[in-house]
Design a protein around this ligand. Structure first.
Ligand code: UGA
Length: 442
């Protein structure tokens, strides 16, 4: 059902607790404070609480710095380590803690359960408990049963599912301008509290049941990952038949039923969400007795995409042994320092294993990779990355790479070979600078 938002917008801020100050929790808390609510963000890491209380962001995200400082200065945003006390002071409590993949690929709900147990004894008036963490179908019921096990009366609380669709790198914008807001609840009254909270955003809201809301999140991420794997599979065909995947993507994407977004062929999808969520939906399907082969193949295509590209370079160089490779970009995508499941890690691992050496440049993610691979060389200036290199690989499509001075990049290189893993360059411009150019799907 769709609600005309104006019916519910009665104005005035609400009292909110957000438990977990990771990516989703912090951005949610900061944005809700910006909208005029009184928000307590809770984390059990005292170092994080101290840093955030001083207005220092714990994640890299465009726009968060100013909004965090403004929320604190205006008295709408505070940080605490005490989930129970924050619950006592709030009418809506968001659970926004991590759900990392467990051994079988299904999300580990330890942190969600711990929060439910921590907040339950503090529920002494009607409270809406909102699952914002990405959790498998049935988790809303689980949280409800945990709270009930603390003998909290049924009329004192409701559990609501309100999945998050923000992207790293544009998290603030996405939270303020979501395509849709999904609210899953057993009782209408509980859903209405969230409708009221989000009304100022004036975005479409979909009210549904708990299980459907939980599934919408996994189905969305899995569908997007499948779309990328599809175009990456097409890119392999293009390479063998001489077609151009960019043109194919444009041609199919302009059909409104397909849509042009998430059809950018490249090294494949990474990050903290798609790999975990696609795997999570496969695990849920297995548990429910359905063999989700479409998603298994989606993963398989993604797992082989980067290696396939790397093998092309290996062949061109006659092996990586004693070759020096320059990497442009390390983050899993631009505008973030996140390297979780980044394609750069597979590339580094594989080149080192095959006897090559690496020098890398990334505007902000280099330190995170250095912690894992201290043995490779990191340069602070973009144009130093080419020094004595036998080839360069474009791994992350940072804006600053888009207008490269190719002559300057190529000058210190031993061989001017550029493998573009994100299809951001025009072949003619690069070849004019004396480079040999190879890209995905062409
Ligand atoms: C993704 C979803 O887009 C968000 O809606 C969701 O809220 C989030 O996961 C989450 O579940 O928390 P995010 O992981 O930040 O967001 O990054 P995306 O921008 O979706 O990119 C994911 C991966 O796909 C990146 O590795 C990117 O390089 C790759 N990608 C994306 C492509 O290879 N081609 C494309 O056309 C688009």
């Amino acid at each position: 059902m769709e609600f005309p938002v104006y019916l519910w917008y009665i104005g005035g801020g609400m009292k909110i607790a957000v438990v977990g100050t990771g990516y989703v929790g912090l951005v949610t808390g900061v944005v809700l404070a910006e909208l005029g609510n009184d928000v307590i963000c809770v984390d059990n890491d005292p170092g994080k609480v101290a840093r955030l209380s001083q207005g220092i962001p714990t994640i890299y995200e465009p726009g968060i710095d100013e909004m965090l400082k403004r929320g604190i200065a205006e008295g709408h945003l505070v940080f605490s380590h005490d989930a129970a006390e924050a619950t006592r002071q709030s009418e809506i409590v968001f659970i926004a803690v991590g759900t990392p993949p467990g051994e079988d690929g299904s999300p580990d709900l330890t942190a969600v359960k711990a929060v439910a147990n921590a907040i339950a004894p503090a529920i002494d008036k009607y409270t809406v408990v909102v699952n914002k963490s990405t959790v498998p179908v049935g988790s809303g019921d689980l949280v409800e049963s945990i709270i009930r096990s603390h003998h909290i009366a049924e009329h004192l609380f409701d559990v609501v599912s309100n999945p998050e669709f923000l992207r790293e790198g544009s998290a603030i914008f996405d939270t303020l301008n979501p395509d849709r807001i999904v609210i899953g609840a057993k009782r209408k009254e509980a859903a209405h509290r969230l409708v009221e909270l989000y009304a100022p955003l004036e975005r479409p809201m979909h009210i549904t049941d708990l299980n459907s809301a939980e599934l919408i999140k996994y189905a969305s991420n899995s569908f997007l990952a499948m779309k990328i794997s599809f175009i990456n599979a097409i890119s392999r065909l293009c390479e063998t038949c001489g077609a151009n995947v960019g043109d194919v993507a444009k041609g199919i994407g302009s059909d409104a039923r397909i849509g042009s977004q998430f059809l950018q062929a490249g090294l494949g999808w990474g990050g903290s969400c798609f790999p975990k969520d696609v795997q999570g939906l496969v695990a849920t399907a297995d548990r429910l007795g359905y063999d989700f082969r479409l998603l298994k193949e989606t993963i398989e295509i993604n797992d082989t995409q980067t290696l396939h590209f790397l093998n092309r370079l290996d062949k061109r160089l006659g092996g990586f042994a004693d070759k020096r490779i320059a990497l442009l970009g390390l983050a899993f995508k631009p505008n973030t320092d996140d390297i979780r499941d980044a394609k750069s890690l597979i590339i580094i691992e594989e080149i080192l294993r095959r006897g090559g050496t690496i020098q890398a440049y990334d505007p902000i993610a280099a330190e995170n990779v250095r912690a894992l691979y201290p043995q490779i060389q990191y340069v602070d200036t973009l144009y130093d990355v080419g020094k004595d290199a036998d080839a360069a690989i474009l791994v992350t499509e940072w804006n600053e790479f888009k207008q490269l001075d190719f002559s300057r990049l190529g000058a210190p290189m031993r061989q001017r070979i550029l493998f573009d893993g994100r299809r951001i360059y025009r072949r003619e411009a690069i070849e004019r600078a004396g480079f040999e150019y190879a890209t995905i799907g062409a």
